[in-house]
Design a protein around this ligand. Structure first.
Ligand code: ACM
Ligand code: ZN
Length: 564
């Protein structure tokens, strides 16, 4: 009995040795260079060695990882071979090197994000129980690998719209956790809108007393509303807490104060800031509103500067997003004060743009100067490029890629978030009759994945691509479940556009790695669209997805909406 057991064991070892090299670990986003070697490193009870001058924030992240490992393995860190974390100033920003041998794992990085991202990769190579907070029986070992990793783009963003629907701080933090797993480093936080103002501004209390609440919300695409009072806002203390939480995960929060359009909630609070003087009410329907800030009045600029002063005090980010999208000019055309400013500035219709477009350029430039004088830079939606845009602004391309390409041709930096690839509020399956009601178009995971940001750019255009961002607008996302369902798994696809060189992307490899990633989503309790795994719908309402053959013949635009 004893002998035959040994024989079986010996045969198994021989079979293992004759096998091809193990598959690379399933890490999303895929590291730049990864070599898999034989063997593994047993992590339970491993020691932790930290070299000189490792940044203090990294010490905290390493300590948290060590505590996490002790909890899940049920073993205290010991003095056997283990983890080493060493500063290597020759590595680039956010880069890391990871070498795992049977004797231990050595991490090298030059900055906090590099160390933090090495830990993220290590966690993805460990059993998913590492994402839990209880002892778990699992194969607690890391494969022997050599990884050299660094991001393609410095700005790897996600937009969270907390205006159309309001999400509590806990949900924002969950989204930040997800971002950190995906090595995303910019949360573009959409905090002001026609339908709700969400930042406490001490100097203008009515912005949240009045502007944070609406008296109803549009039902689907109908004229009628539900008649329910709806709203909420974040206090400055809450915002600061979220900023700190993000920073501990290598994420900078870029607030958006969308101006001079998308300001109806502010006008409802302070009607004197509009061209007509109101009265206005916080919008209950989606879409673009004709009422915008009156920029003929000096008080409007005082208001904006006061608001931005408090915003800068809360958010240390170098960039502030000033919006600039979808600003109709109808009120300005009729407003004596706006027209007087146009006259005083000598603005004329020119090059296919109206003098009111140039008035918006004036607003953008004036706010840009104010922010620059305070050491900050602006980002704005691609409309800010219409007419004249002052040097130093960064353009966020959302109406497809053309705004971004044009901006690069003119020498501006850009963040690419083209709706056709990265508006993840769109339907992710063709099964509109089965999916919860969403905003419209069809954007499956593989279409997002296949986006190439430098496509169509002039030569050397990539130098001007600061980064890439996925946008999650929340018109039809009422709950955290809705929000996560739209986000996942397309966020994972977006992270590879942001992190991986074009020749390191491979949809088949990514799709296979997603099977591992969704186990992480499950472990952390995230809701996600399971269409790739044969199911559709929110938890509790899941139904089988159509077969691939049926889907191939389905015309998305002919499928009726589920909730009409
Ligand atoms: C936008 O989607 N209006 C930026
Ligand atoms: Zn006006």
């Amino acid at each position: 009995m004893r002998i035959s057991r040994l024989l079986i064991a010996a045969t198994a070892v021989a079979a293992a040795c004759s096998q091809a090299k193990p598959e690379p670990p399933e890490i999303i986003p895929q590291p730049a260079e990864i070599t898999v070697n034989d063997g593994s490193f047993k992590v339970a009870g491993a020691s932790f060695t930290i070299g000189e001058n490792v940044p203090a924030e990294a010490l905290k992240a390493i300590g948290a990882f060590r505590d996490n490992l002790e909890t899940v393995t049920g073993t205290k860190t010991g003095d056997k071979a283990g983890f080493s974390f060493l500063l290597n100033e020759n590595l680039g920003p956010e880069a890391y090197a990871l070498k795992v041998t049977p004797e231990g794992a050595t991490v090298e990085a030059a900055d906090f994000n590099g160390f933090f991202y090495a830990i993220q990769s290590i966690k993805q190579m460990l059993p998913v129980e590492i994402y839990g907070n209880a002892p778990a029986k699992a194969a607690w070992s890391l494969p022997c690998v050599d990884i050299m990793d660094s991001p393609r783009f410095a700005y790897r963003g996600l937009l969270m719209d907390c205006c159309r629907h309001f999400f509590p701080v806990e949900e924002v933090k969950k989204v930040l956790d997800l971002m950190s797993i995906h090595k995303m480093n910019r949360l573009h936080w959409h905090l002001t809108e026609d339908q709700g103002w969400r930042i406490e501004i001490k100097k203008y209390p009515k912005l949240t007393e009045i502007g944070a609440y609406r008296d109803g919300t549009q039902i689907f695409r109908r004229k009628e509303t539900d008649g329910q009072r709806y709203g909420g806002f974040y206090t400055q203390d809450e915002l600061r807490d979220v900023v700190a939480y993000a920073a501990e995960r290598g994420i900078t929060i870029i607030p958006e104060v969308d101006l001079p359009g998308h300001m109806v909630a502010a006008l409802a609070s302070y009607p004197e800031l509009g061209c007509t003087g109101g009265p206005y009410e916080v919008a209950q329907h989606w879409g673009v509103k004709p009422d915008v800030l009156c920029v003929g009045k000096e008080e409007t600029f005082t208001f904006l500067e006061d608001v931005l002063t408090e915003v800068m005090d809360i958010f240390p980010s170098e960039y502030i997003n000033i919006g600039g999208d979808e600003c109709p000019k109808v009120r300005w055309k009729e407003c004596p004060l706006c027209q007087a400013r146009i006259k005083k500035l000598g603005l004329k219709d020119k090059d296919g743009f109206s003098k009111e477009h140039y008035l918006q350029n004036y607003v953008t430039a004036r706010i840009q100067k104010f922010l620059n004088d305070h050491g900050r830079k602006i980002i704005g939606w691609d409309e800010i490029l219409e007419g004249d845009l002052a040097e130093g602004a960064t353009v966020m391309s959302w109406r497809g890629t053309k705004g971004g390409i044009k901006a690069v041709e003119k020498g501006f930096d850009v963040v690419m978030s083209p709706n056709v690839y990265l508006y993840i509020d769109w339907y992710q399956t063709k099964e509109r009759d089965k999916e919860p009601y969403r905003i419209g178009h069809y954007l499956p995971v593989d279409s997002t994945y296949r986006y190439e940001p430098a496509a169509g750019m002039p030569e050397n255009g990539e130098e001007h691509i600061l980064g890439v961002q996925a946008n999650l607008w929340s018109e039809f996302l009422k709950t955290s479940e809705d929000f996560e369902y739209q986000l996942l798994p397309r966020m994972s696809a977006a992270s590879e556009i942001q992190w991986c060189a074009a020749d390191n992307k491979d949809y088949d490899r990514f799709r296979k790695s997603l099977d591992h990633m969704v186990r992480i989503y499950d472990k952390l309790g995230f809701v996600y669209c399971k269409a790739l795994w044969g199911k559709i719908g929110l938890p509790g309402h899941e139904i089988p997805a159509r077969s691939q053959e049926e889907l191939d013949t389905l015309d998305f635009n002919k499928v009726p909406f589920m909730e009409e």
